[in-house]
Design a protein around this ligand. Structure first.
Ligand code: OAD
Ligand code: ZN
Length: 428
């Protein structure tokens, strides 16, 4: 949530680079959930500038730091251009950007063409950014390459990282999809900004909206999706080192994944604690309170009791930090499913695997990608992220579309179609 402050220090004169540096600079800085401003979100920020303005007074009054980056359309085609525009609207108009004047980045295609040209030039003339140095794990950087790798026996430790996209087909909305995402549908709560509903300071001052929403979305009424069953299948095949999820819907448990295989990075609804005296309460107790439309209060001290899901500005569970350190260096394949990779520190986990470890993104859209300029700078010690569009890419693959379709396709290619079907029909 600090990136807007970060905009005041400008390491570079090009917007393209500046946005990315900020994104990378923020990415490892906090152990508390923060929204990372992807270039796409920059676009949304520009589109939603008036909302941002209208909310800022409320934010001031309530002491909430809101992103202002959510709520506008997320248009992949206008990311860096619109991000640049939004910088100007953020009071950055006096900041000189030579690209604005010469129209070099009039559209995305021009920019991509220019980037490729620059990249080729640097690769051939200066030997910067070539793909020659990284040892290859994949025969081909495609879904088939990933499948062959899994079948080779060399890939023993798979980590899955998931977000709300693996549960949308169960009827649970994600957060940021324009229109259907939770953050587009919170008007009735009159929040200073959508994320306030999960902000600990806002919750302390006004817990009601959260509990109204919790009743609506209470876990238990939903069934696991084929994506959850695919993850269970990886476990049954002896390949799953760990499943890291940002979801609090507990559907991994319902799909029968053992608790020791799951890291619930953003906490869980299964336990709750009094914010004042820390007395613990059970899921049943909390559910009862929520369904009675009560604001759950502690039987000992009358403090508000909150489910143990991680709010913005709260720390992630110690288990997250303990296991990420042990697991990620051992990872042979990272599968990222249904997440926009915008919330830190979770999003940066993708950079904690070994530098040759293949990474497969299964999502409706590209996420966690390097900006083209960052991709170029990677060879000069640039930051992390998926190198899906980089000439240096030897390991990152995107399987774009619905998670469930992607997981079914993977199961089929791996020869596990019947195993998956077995789970889906018996739901065991
Ligand atoms: P987001 O809503 O940010 O991103 C969901 C991603 O999944 C988007 O890229 C969607 O396009 C994609 N998606 C949605 N449905 C899909 C489907 N059926 N198949 C494939 N892709 C699909 O959700 P998260 O990344 O999980 O944190 O959000 C991360 C965190 O932000 C949450 O844990 C929550 C939220 O604020 C806290 O509240 C602390
Ligand atoms: Zn208490």
């Amino acid at each position: 949530m600090q990136y807007t402050e970060g905009n005041t220090t400008r390491p570079c004169s090009r917007n393209v680079v500046r946005v990315s540096w900020l994104k990378m600079a923020d990415s490892s800085s906090s152990s508390k959930p923060e929204v990372k401003p992807s270039a796409e979100q920059g676009a949304a920020s520009g589109a939603g500038a008036s909302d941002e303005g209208s909310s800022s007074k409320k934010e001031e009054a309530e002491g909430i730091q809101c992103e202002g980056a959510i709520g506008g359309a997320i248009g992949a085609g206008r990311k860096t251009r619109a991000a640049a525009d939004s910088d100007e609207e953020d009071g950055d108009a006096g900041y000189e950007d030579e690209d604005d004047d010469d129209g070099a980045y009039d559209d995305e295609e021009d920019k991509e063409g220019f980037m490729k040209m620059l990249q080729n030039f640097l690769m051939t003339k200066l030997h910067i950014g070539g793909a020659e140095d990284a040892p290859k794990v994949l025969d081909e950087v495609t879904v088939d390459g990933i499948v062959k790798y899994i079948q080779s026996g060399q890939c023993k430790n798979i980590i899955t990282m998931a977000g709300a996209g693996i549960s949308t087909s169960a009827g649970i909305p994600d957060f940021r999809t324009p229109g259907s995402g939770l953050y587009s549908n919170l008007e009735k709560y009159n929040l200073p900004c959508p994320e306030a509903i999960f902000d600990i300071e806002y919750f302390k001052s006004n817990p009601k909206p959260f509990f109204v929403l919790a009743k609506e979305l209470y876990p238990g009424a939903f069934n696991p999706t084929p994506s959850h069953w695919f993850i269970r299948l990886l476990h049954e095949k002896g390949l799953l080192l760990r499943h890291y999820t940002q979801n609090v819907d507990t559907l991994e448990h319902v799909a029968g994944l053992p608790a020791e295989k799951i890291v619930e990075a953003h906490g869980t609804f299964r336990t709750s604690h009094c914010l004042h005296c820390r007395k613990e309460y059970s899921q049943e107790w909390m559910k009862d309170e929520i369904f009675k439309d009560n604001i759950p209060t502690c039987l000992d001290c009358s403090g508000v009791v909150k489910p143990d899901i991680v709010f913005f500005r709260e720390s992630l569970p110690p288990r997250f930090f303990m296991l990420t350190q042990v697991d990620f260096p051992k990872c042979d394949l990272l599968i990222i499913l249904g997440t926009s990779l915008t919330v830190q520190p979770f999003a940066s986990l993708i950079d904690n695997v070994p530098s040759t470890c293949p990474r497969l993104l299964v999502n409706r859209e590209k996420a966690g990608s390097l900006d083209p300029m960052m991709a170029l700078l990677q060879g000069m010690g640039g930051g992390g992220g998926l190198a899906l569009d980089s000439a240096r890419n030897t390991r990152d693959v995107a399987l774009l579309g619905d998670c469930d379709d992607g997981c079914c396709k993977l199961a089929e290619l791996l020869g596990w179609k019947e195993d998956l079907q077995g789970f889906l029909t018996s739901k065991k």
